[in-house]
Design a protein around this ligand. Structure first.
Ligand code: 5RP
Length: 248
């Protein structure tokens, strides 16, 4: 006869199996990313100044826009990374500097985590500094995610970009933070991750912003977010961020 402990472990294994079964496959996640990206691409209109994020979900956005490149007149884009810039250009999209555009009508980008209040974690692709500048410059910031990016609570890692000078001192002062084994950002910043517990994203965002040596962190406040387009097994859902009302 199985002991109580064995039964407990059996139940845990069953739960773990159920969770595993509920988790979408790699192919499903790719399909959801594509669906979210194509849904958001419908917001892009002639003459817009558009901010383009970075990552695999944004790659689908670029594909969607590329398919309409010849019919979208006067669309000008600002890219958040060299890879986005190169792909956008190769698909026939006009890419200019953000300084040239000054203000953006719309920015669209992915995210690593989205909590119920629309706090985001970004920077899995180490582009969060440029992404935050672009998002903050846009009248509307639309986030595109597959449903498994939704979380009940924000958890580490929280991406950081650091000034190279005394980076280890900055990390030591922060505590529970480590350099990521990736090349520096295009602006020369070192990419790191904060690994401490995230009890209160707002308080942590203030702390990270106030730490000398931190160029930018990957916590994006709900006030930056106009809307989140979420694609999953149930279809497309849209969630309003705190910047839902168009600032125009
Ligand atoms: C890059 C980012 C990306 O938007 C984020 O990592 C999501 O990536 P993906 O769309 O590949 O899942 O913040 O710095």
């Amino acid at each position: 006869m199985a002991s109580a402990g064995a039964t407990g472990r059996g139940q845990q294994a069953a739960l773990s199996d159920a969770r595993q079964a509920a988790r979408p496959s790699t192919e499903e996640i790719a399909r959801y990313k594509r669906e979210a990206a194509y849904a958001a691409a419908e917001e892009v209109q002639d003459g817009m100044r558009l901010g383009l994020g970075t990552g695999s979900t944004v790659a689908y956005l670029l594909q969607a826009l590329g398919e309409r490149a010849s019919s979208l007149s006067g669309l000008r884009c600002a890219a958040t990374s060299p890879s986005t810039e190169a792909t956008a250009r190769s698909l026939g999209l006009a890419v200019v500097s953000l300084d040239e555009l000054g203000e953006l009508d719309l920015a669209i980008d992915g995210a690593d985590q989205v909590d119920p209040d629309c706090w985001l974690v970004k920077g899995g692709g180490a582009a969060h500094t440029r992404e935050k500048i672009v998002a903050a410059t846009a009248r509307r910031f639309v986030v595109i995610v597959s449903a498994e990016k939704l979380v009940e609570r924000i958890t580490p890692p929280i991406p950081l970009e650091l000034v190279p000078f005394a980076a280890h001192t900055t990390l030591r002062t922060l505590g529970q933070a480590t350099l990521r084994a990736v090349p520096p950002s295009p602006d020369g910043g070192l990419i790191a991750d904060y690994l401490g517990e995230v009890k209160d994203p707002a308080a942590l965002a203030v702390r990270l912003s106030e730490q000398p040596g931190v160029v930018e962190h990957g916590l994006f406040a709900p006030e930056m977010v106009s809307s989140v387009v979420i694609a999953g097994a149930a279809g497309i859902e849209r969630r309003d961020g705190a910047k839902a009302a168009d600032r125009r």
